[in-house]
Design a binder for this molecule. Sequence first.
Ligand code: NAP
Ligand code: ZN
Ligand code: ZN
Length: 352
Amino acid sequence: MTATRAYAAQDAHTPLAEISIDRRTPGPKDVAIDILYCGVCHSDLHTARGEWGGVKFPSVPGHEIVGRVTAVGDDVTKVKVGDFAGIGCMVDSCRTCHSCQEGLEQYCEGPHGFQGTYNGWADGSGENTYGGYSAAIVVDEHFVLNVGHDEADLAAVAPLLCAGITTWSPLRHWNVGPGKKVGVVGIGGLGHMGVKLAHALGAHVVAFTTSADKKQEALDLGADEVVLSKDRAEMKPHRGSFDFILNTVAASHDLDAFTALLKRDGTMVLVGVPETPHPSPSVGALIFGRKAIAGSLIGGIPETQEMLDFCAEHGIVSDIEMIPMQEIDSAYDRMLKSDVKYRFVIDMASLK
Ligand code: NAP
Ligand code: ZN
Ligand code: ZN
């Protein structure tokens, strides 16, 4: 075991503070990583502030991790000491169920599902896990990703490990590409990556935002059009015109405003997980038009590598604001006000 500096929520109501956690001694299949950067996902906030329940405290959030490999077990083949590597939202799964066999570990059908990078198996079925708000981490190589970007971009690569894959996976599953009209709702950490990726995949992209000051920037991110979603006059011309809508909003809101924009057989995928449920969507608005509302969870390890490789090839990274670890609580408060363009990333040098 190695004592490792970390930042933890001690309960749902007090600011995060420094603690010491133990990282295991690397086994034959393990990779030890010195964490350089960790993105700040809204899921970290939902967890640290107990909004989803089921949190085992102390909780060390962080699942958008990029770092340098410092040690590898004898059987590791994916990376070597000195390489840059990424860790996303998962650190283990059963590896034998149908989903795991298909490389969709996020849908693991084993008795406890996948093990999250933090708050993993917090139900007591296994040891709790501590995430990337820490100086170092030890992870089985199966859940380690190769990072092909330039070293100068590493901080902006970190958010790809959750915001990138969570938007990439549904865009690919629902075949977003040339000839498709695609909406992205909520231009935050996930949404701004959704715009960039859908644009790079060749779709016609419409960004929906509640923040007037993001309108011009959404065009710069790659959107072909931007709509202020609270303005009915701006929404109306888009009725019945979308093949696909990716909804990343982190709060409860009226889904009917967006299902009305779908074409016949169109699908809106929800990836946001609000603290309180959305108002029930209108069934009539779905059956007239055979429309669908679906959900999607992060992405599997093979598709995460595919996304990282695609982003390296196309020069895609996240738009970030770097913060020291000590500013995490004010960053959470700003994130709640949609006051970040578009992802906070913690410079882990501030913890060391
Ligand atoms: P974020 O950076 O806070 O972005 C959310 C965006 O939603 C905001 O920037 C804002 O965009 C919009 N928004 C916020 N409150 C709103 C409201 N009341 N009404 C309408 N729009 C609102 O959060 P994130 O990190 O992208 O995460 C988004 C959600 O996805 C969170 O619930 C998170 O837990 C969840 N998540 C899910 C998965 C998964 O696997 N499914 C993975 C990661 C995260 P505008 O300013 O443009 O309106
Ligand atoms: Zn996340
Ligand atoms: Zn499994």
